[in-house]
Design a protein around this ligand. Structure first.
Ligand code: C2O
Ligand code: CU
Ligand code: CU
Length: 515
């Protein structure tokens, strides 16, 4: 595993903003080229071969105004061989080894530009997948200010392509947010958190087989989970950042494959969460610690004004299961060493935005969707949704413009972060049930009453923690587009095998036929 590395010796990289090739009044044109290159993750590590967009890992941040369309040509310029172990047993036969397709996570995106897993393409569009539609993706950005993110979504390769580096932040800004006088400019910093393991030679380490692998497994074989032994923020292992004694806004993205984090500050300071996946919350939520699952975004303010000359560590509470040599309880450090350059006039507002309740709308459908475990022919764990594999026909077909409740019934004993494309949803509640009884009879005996979402979930979400033995209910309005989308667990090892399902938004006025 990773050689011992000193902590807080590398400066936190500030992610560069993507430069549009062209800018029109309400549109920007970008080219994002995926390439293989080397990047140093730590002072004492040799350079690491990675895949990134425009020679950045994470990719450059796309930063747009609400209503400004971004046209992005995602170009695959990667070599023909993968840098990580590809398990072909979970793929259709004969697929090219290196395939990519980019998804804007959290975006209200037309289906042709959503990055459907089977809309993949190879280098220079040499080969394209069955769902491929177009080379240039269009993002209308008609949604409230939020930090989204873009990442690779190729069928059966998402865990590897993301681990190799194909991910980046995407910020939409609007007038309302600007009016709040939040910390901005140099005092607004995106933090992309990922766990990684490295070999002695600096190369990325990713398992070729599960730990307790039986002998008959395919080699390489997909693994049911991945936990790296170092924490990387904005592309550096355990970095530090020098800050002024003032308020900062940090836009935190958990871009890890499997790992969730419970973040807290060793100064015992509060973290003020102002936004979640889909933008500002209703009210600021003041917390000592926050748990962030893969793909969730937490928009937070930390006030360093009383901490001049102090070093504050952002920690990860590993809970009781932590082993002694586990180093992943450290994330990064804030060194309050810079002089205050100007008076801090920014604010932490109590009220942030209005969130219209979807609850009041008529509910067109209520879907009960199970998250369940099974085994494949090699006796490997195979996680599935609603007892169906990815390739089975579409079963979820909401009508455009209608509101539905989706209940994620988690019959496993761990949390799955569930994500729905196209929409931002609201979390209604969570309710525990008797798991054993359910698994034997299929019948719910609730063991408690429904619990309201946490304070920092009272806003728009696109990814929600669905804990084991609970029903997690979300509500969404499916629109404004029709077409093919997906919903899945955002643990990338699960998504790839096979915890992902298609859904189709249909036009209520159009007759359609099941194929
Ligand atoms: Cu971020 Cu379908 O995923
Ligand atoms: Cu998504
Ligand atoms: Cu999962």
């Amino acid at each position: 595993m990773t050689p011992n590395l000193a902590k807080f010796v590398d400066r936190l990289p500030i992610l560069p903003t993507a430069n549009p090739l062209k800018k029109a009044k309400n549109a920007s044109f970008y080219e994002m080229r995926m390439e293989e290159f080397k990047r140093k993750f730590h002072r004492d590590l040799p350079p690491t071969t990675v895949w990134g967009y425009n020679r950045q890992v994470p990719g450059p941040t796309i930063d747009v105004k609400k209503g400004e369309t971004a046209h992005v040509k995602w170009i695959n310029h990667l070599p023909p061989r993968h840098i990580l172990p590809v398990d072909t047993s979970i793929l259709e036969k004969g697929l090219p080894e290196v395939r990519t397709v980019t998804h804007l996570h959290g975006g209200h995106t037309p289906t042709e530009s959503d990055g459907y897993p089977e809309a993949w393409f190879t280098r220079n569009f040499g080969q394209v997948g069955p769902a491929f539609k177009q080379k240039v993706y269009n993002y209308p950005n008609n949604q409230r200010a939020a930090m989204l993110w873009y990442h690779d979504h190729a069928m059966g390769l998402t865990r590897l392509n993301n681990y190799a580096g194909l991910a980046g932040a995407y910020i939409i800004r609007d007038q309302h947010e600007r009016s709040l006088n939040l910390p901005s400019g140099d005092y607004e910093i995106p933090l992309v958190i990922q766990d990684r393991s490295f070999n002695q030679d600096g190369s990325l380490s990713y398992p070729t087989q599960p730990d307790d692998a039986a002998t008959n497994l395919p080699n390489p074989s997909v693994v049911p989970a991945f936990l790296g032994d170092t924490i990387v923020v904005n592309g550096k292992v355990w970095p530090y950042v020098e800050v002024e004694p003032r308020k900062y806004r940090f836009r935190i993205l958990n871009a890890s494959n499997t790992r969730g984090y419970t973040l807290y500050l060793d100064s015992n300071q509060s973290i003020f969460q102002i936004g979640s996946d889909g933008g500002l919350l209703k009210k600021t939520s003041k917390m000592k610690q926050v748990t962030i699952e893969p793909s969730e975004r937490f928009d937070v303010i930390i006030d360093f004004s009383k901490w001049n000359r102090k070093n504050i560590t952002l920690k990860n509470d590993l809970g009781a299961n932590a082993s002694e040599d586990d180093q992943t309880d450290d994330i990064m450090q804030f060194a309050v060493t810079k002089p205050l350059t100007s008076k801090d006039n920014s604010r932490i507002p109590r009220d942030l935005s209005s969130i219209p309740s979807l609850h009041k709308q008529p509910i067109k459908a209520h879907r009960q969707l199970t998250l369940q475990g099974s085994n494949d022919q090699y006796d490997r764990p195979l996680l599935i949704l609603n007892n169906k594999r990815w390739h089975e026909p579409v079963t979820e077909k909401p009508q455009r413009g209608t509101t539905e409740i989706w209940s994620f019934v988690n019959t496993t004993n761990f949390t799955h972060p569930m994500h729905i494309h196209l929409v931002q949803f609201q979390v209604l509640d969570r309710q525990p049930f008797d798991l054993d009884h359910f698994n034997q009879t299929g019948e719910f005996i609730y063991t408690g009453s429904p619990k309201a979402p946490k304070a920092n979930e009272r806003g728009w979400k696109d990814t929600v923690a669905a804990p084991g033995g609970q029903v997690t209910r979300v509500i969404a309005n499916f629109g404004p587009y029709t077409g093919d989308y997906v919903w899945h667990c955002h643990i990338l090892e699960h998504e790839d095998y096979d915890m992902m399902r298609p859904f189709k938004v249909i036009d209520p006025n159009e007759k359609y036929h099941d194929s």
